[in-house]
Ligand binder design. Structure first.
Ligand SMILES: Nc1ncnc2c1ncn2[C@@H]1O[C@H](COP(=O)(O)OP(=O)(O)OP(=O)(O)O)[C@@H](O)[C@H]1O
Ligand SMILES: [Mg+2]
Length: 391
């Protein structure tokens, strides 16, 4: 116990408590590890279910290291097309291949003197795993098309929620690389295993989103907190954050009341003892908002948004070649077509938009408006980008 108290004080001194919220013994221990690891410069494998905070932990290790004011470079391995992996990580020289019209620095060069965070390491293609191992062993590599080796000094942090040892036995992940990255590992427990942290996390996110949305922090009723406690949070802290974000942002008493009458809350509340009617069980504005969007619905919405964004990004990347996109997304062509239809993702008529002088923007709801206008206005020809219906 004394050790835990000491560890908690240490993490507080380092500002870690403000970054990683949680005071359950598992989280106090995790923060103690982070503080220690920051001093070692060792490669760390961070594991945990989706939404548990792997990236947050990677950033915290970097912050606690002497490299804190150097770059932190993240590689989202799941988003890099397999054939571009090597150049993405290690860069290339001008003329290294057709189309390489100028030299490009890879993520490793960009992370020099800082930290490189290889997220979803299980997604790295086997041939690139070999080169990665060599870099981890020798701290040097040669960019594509280069005849000389580049030296690299970077802290390497990796994360996954894949079962790497199973991937090794299935021949999808190199055993030697597995041993190399698995020397020191940190496992983040799922939120359902540390429910005493839910209250602290709620307060943290309420403050964050109230400030961001310029709204008053009205807090949560005890009832909602209890329902949160009962829920299993399959999407972990990210799911909780999404729910609090929605609670802070949405207000609609009418639909709240309708929902109480028609649906009640999600399954979690039904097991609760106490008042039988959901209306009895809830009071205060936050509960109203939650009832408008039940936990299940919010999770579904969050999943839908994540899927839509990913599909849109990959389709943009493949210039709307849906077969290529399906391959990159590791799904069938048919499934992808189904999702495009379901989420109403549409290509945007570029010619018209350009003619209207609209500026290029990232994926956003505003595209829908342009698209609708385009549909009404012309017979447009050239397609290249997309629109998507709002979330
Ligand atoms: N202990 C925590 N305290 C505060 N915020 C947290 C905590 N854990 C996670 N979060 C927040 O939850 C969200 C998800 O965290 P993060 O992206 O690090 O999860 P992840 O494990 O990398 O998820 P995935 O596997 O889906 O990539 C982030 O907004 C992060 O800031
Ligand atoms: Mg992540």
């Amino acid at each position: 116990m004394e050790k835990l108290i000491q560890a908690s004080q240490d993490s507080n001194d380092n500002g870690l408590d403000a970054i990683i919220v949680g005071q359950t013994p598992a989280m106090v221990e995790l923060k103690r590890h982070i503080l220690a690891l920051g001093k070692t410069d060792l490669t760390v494998l961070i594991t945990g279910e989706s939404g548990t905070g792997k990236e947050l932990v990677a950033r915290a290790i970097h912050k606690c290291s002497p490299r804190a004011d150097r770059p932190f470079v993240k590689v989202n391995s799941a988003a890099v097309p397999p054939n571009l992996f090597e150049s993405e990580l290690f860069g290339f020289e001008k003329g290294a291949f057709t189309g390489a019209c100028k030299k490009k620095r890879g993520k490793f060069q960009l992370a020099h003197s800082g930290t490189i965070f290889l997220d979803e390491i299980g997604e790295i293609p086997l041939p690139v795993q070999g080169k990665l191992l060599q870099v981890l062993e020798d701290n040097e590599f040669s960019p594509l098309g280069s005849t000389t080796n580049a030296r690299i000094d970077a802290l390497v942090l990796v994360a996954t929620n894949d079962n790497l040892s199973q991937m090794v036995s299935q021949g999808q992940f190199r055993l030697d690389l597995y041993y190399r990255v698995n020397v020191v590992s940190v496992r983040i427990p799922p939120l359902r295993g540390r429910k005493q942290d839910i209250d602290l996390l709620c307060d943290h996110f309420l403050r964050k989103y109230a400030a961001r949305n310029g709204k008053a922090n009205t807090g949560l009723t005890d009832r909602i907190r209890e329902q949160f406690y009962q829920y299993s949070w399959p999407g972990n802290v990210r799911e909780l954050e999404n729910v609090i974000q929605a609670i802070t942002a949405l207000e609609n008493e009418e639909s709240f009341c309708e929902r109480i009458n028609h649906h009640g809350l999600s399954g979690v509340c039904r097991n609760r003892k106490g008042p039988t009617s959901t209306a009895d069980a809830l009071n205060g504005s936050t509960s109203q908002l939650l009832t408008r969007y039940t936990l299940k619905e919010l999770s579904r919405k969050a999943a839908r948004k994540a899927e839509t964004d990913t599909i849109v990004n990959v389709l943009t990347y493949t210039h709307w070649n849906r077969r290529k996109a399906a391959a990159l997304l590791k799904t069938s062509y048919r499934t992808l077509l189904g999702k495009i239809k379901e989420y109403e993702i549409q290509q945007r008529p570029v010619a018209l938009e350009d003619a209207l002088g609209k500026t290029r923007q990232p994926a956003s709801h505003s595209y829908v408006g342009h698209f609708e206008r385009a549909q009404k206005g012309t017979k447009t020809a050239r397609f290249g980008r997309y629109v998507r219906a709002g979330f």
